[in-house]
Design a protein around this ligand. Structure first.
Ligand code: PEP
Ligand code: MG
Length: 600
């Protein structure tokens, strides 16, 4: 009989949200293992078992890391690094050995006790993102536990090749990023998607699913009880529903929806090489936001007109030794070369708030040991340009690396979180100093590489004339502009309902920045999430925006929307919206505009 389960659906922008296939249940958790007391003479043996299990998992992760293709999404390597870091943490690898010795318990028991202790610490953290990292710790420990029980590493087991054309839907308690990589490597089995009992929207499993393009439904309680091996499953990641053994009529409808989704994705692909234009022939630049050099592959794949935002701080995070000038140069030059002359806008370090350096890296910068790692109000604290100006050597090193990369491509420098004109002036003199240093060293760079600024603090948006006089281009960081205009911490789930990109104050600041920039002939882009939202394309176009920068997976959808829009109709919509003082009226106006078949 047909039945249905519900969880959190995870869709990747570039793949269908429906998956149809046969269920394959992955082995139940090995965490439910035997726990027993041991005699003192067995301590060495249990400790050796622990050591062996940790070594096996380390070797397994290193082996996987050595096979990650240079083109793989940035998240893939980041997750392997994170799992390796968890594995090496003394709290996880040393403490259980002590527990075996002091409490005389077997290795599995010691590991389980320590896992619960570490997870409790995570779960007490206020920040939802960090709290959810306890899931990564569990995944790592589960691998160690499997190695402990079997004496082998813990590769996920898949059934023999399924029947012709049949795809698999994996059903698991949890799937770690490492498991997912193993699955991707098994070319002979075709995994269409997966369902897990654990995990949520922010889990690494979700992020990996998106970047690998696999639809998934996570956080489905009792999935392994309700689904039998070989059951026909339809997974709808849009609604978060898992349909078990659907009736023939329902199945036919899902198959039809899946075909339509595949066709529309293929049609979008055809737009890749077309220039982005409105219906009335106005050219618009669609650029990509990236976080690591390897993301450039997604940008090229989406036909991006350039990199509109390279968030360089991701090169600095999760490591104790900060990248030196040469390492940074290699990363920036790699992107500049790959984009073959198309613009690459490299943002200087935006560290601070929710993007932090490790304690050791901070000490390397000369920050006194014991200084608070968590400020009371980090989003308003030492962040982005404020951080760079406080650590001149850090800033100069990065500027030299970016300037050197300008010799091999079209590179522009973007400065985050400017609020004061004196910050612009100090930045420009740092850039001048970096140029001088390179000249002295006789190193090549493009002397005309322009310096632009992010408009993401209301103070900057309200003092634009002084900014456009000094900067060559502007980029609206709407994510922060909303946070700072509305006084809503963008990482705080308890006020997330107040974080409204359609608040009239936010829209006025965006429109004003575009208007003043256009008047002064200073190019203005939007690089916050708003740029990639198809239902805002007409509004931003109507405000006069001609440069959008977004996650690569959004580029083709925004391009498709642009082809249907006219700048005249868009300008009327923007004028109507900017006159409104109620976000609800704004929403209605935008919904009506979206519903219109095509512009005149
Ligand atoms: C923004 O604030 O809109 C932005 C693009 O920067 P980030 O999200 O990295 O702060
Ligand atoms: Mg920002």
């Amino acid at each position: 009989m047909a039945s249905e389960l519900v969880g959190v659906g995870i869709v990747s922008g570039t793949s269908p949200s429906i998956a149809i296939g046969r269920a394959h249940r992955l082995a139940p958790s090995e965490l439910e293992t035997r726990q027993y007391s041991i005699e003192r003479k067995d301590v060495m043996h249990e400790v050796a078992r622990l050591n062996n299990a940790f070594s096996l998992v380390r070797a397994e992760i290193d082996e996987l890391a050595s096979h990650v293709s240079p083109d793989a999404p940035g998240e893939v390597r980041a997750f392997l690094d994170l799992h390796r870091m968890i594995l090496d943490d003394p709290l996880l690898c040393d403490e259980p050995r002590d527990l075996v010795r002091t409490r005389l318990i077997n290795a599995e028991w010691a590991l389980t006790i320590q896992l619960e202790a570490v997870c409790k610490q995570f779960e007490a953290i206020d920040d939802e993102y960090f709290r959810s990292r306890s899931q990564d710790v569990r995944q790592v420990v589960e691998r160690v536990m499997k190695a402990l029980v079997s004496g082998r590493n813990a590769t996920v087991s898949l059934p023999p090749k399924p029947a012709d054309g049949e795809r698999l839907i994996l059903i698991a308690r949890d799937l770690s990023p490492t498991d997912m990589l193993h699955l991707k490597e098994r070319a002979e089995v075709d995994v269409a998607g997966f369902v897990t009992e654990m995990g949520g929207r922010n889990s690494h499993t979700a992020i990996m699913a998106r970047s690998l393009g696999l639809p998934a439904v996570l956080g489905v309680p009792h999935a392994r009880e309700a689904i039998a091996e070989g059951d026909l499953i339809v997974l709808d990641a849009e609604t978060g529903r898992v349909h078990i053994r659907p009736e023939p009529d329902a199945l036919a409808q899902f198959q039809q929806r899946l075909r339509a989704q595949i066709e529309s994705r293929l049609a979008l692909r055809k737009l890749k090489s077309k220039l982005a234009r409105t219906k009335d022939g106005i050219a618009v630049e669609l650029m990509a936001n990236i976080e690591l050099p390897s993301d450039v592959r997604d940008a090229l794949d989406a036909g991006a007109d350039g990199i509109g935002l390279f968030r360089t701080e991701f090169l600095f995070m999760n490591r104790d030794q900060l990248p030196d000038e040469d390492e940074q140069y290699e990363a920036y030059a790699k992107v500049a070369r790959a984009m073959k002359g198309k613009p690459v806008i490299i943002r200087t370090l935006d560290i601070g708030a929710d993007k932090v350096l490790t304690e050791r890296a901070r000490r390397g910068l000369g920050i006194a040991a014991g200084s608070p790692t968590v400020e009371s109000n980090p989003a308003l604290g030492l962040r982005a340009i404020r951080y760079c100006l406080a650590y001149p050597e850090l800033f100069l090193t990065q500027l030299r690396a970016i300037l050197r990369a300008s010799a091999v491509g079209t590179v522009r420098i973007l400065v985050p979180m400017l609020a004061h004109v004196h910050e612009v002036e100090q930045t420009l003199s740092f850039v001048a100093r970096a140029r001088e240093q390179l000249k002295e060293r006789k190193q090549r760079f493009d002397a005309r590489a322009p310096v632009g600024g992010m408009i993401e603090v209301p103070a900057a948006a309200l003092s634009l004339p002084a900014f456009v006089k000094r900067l060559k281009f502007l980029s609206l960081g709407t994510n922060d502009l909303i946070q700072y205009t509305l006084a809503i911490d963008r990482a705080d789930a308890s006020v997330a309902h107040l974080y409204d990109h359609l608040h009239p104050a936010v829209l006025q600041l965006i429109a004003r920045t575009i208007r003043i920039g256009n008047k002064a002939r200073t190019p203005v882009a939007v690089c916050g999430e708003m740029a990639g939202e198809v239902d805002l394309t007409e509004l931003l176009l109507g405000m006069g925006l001609r440069q959008f920068s977004m996650h690569p997976s959004q580029i083709l959808s925004v391009k498709e929307r642009l082809f249907t829009l006219s700048t005249k109709t868009a300008a009327k919509l923007a004028a109507r919206v900017l006159r409104a003082d109620d976000p609800l009226d704004i929403r209605i106006a935008l919904e009506r505009a979206m519903a219109k078949p095509a512009a005149k």
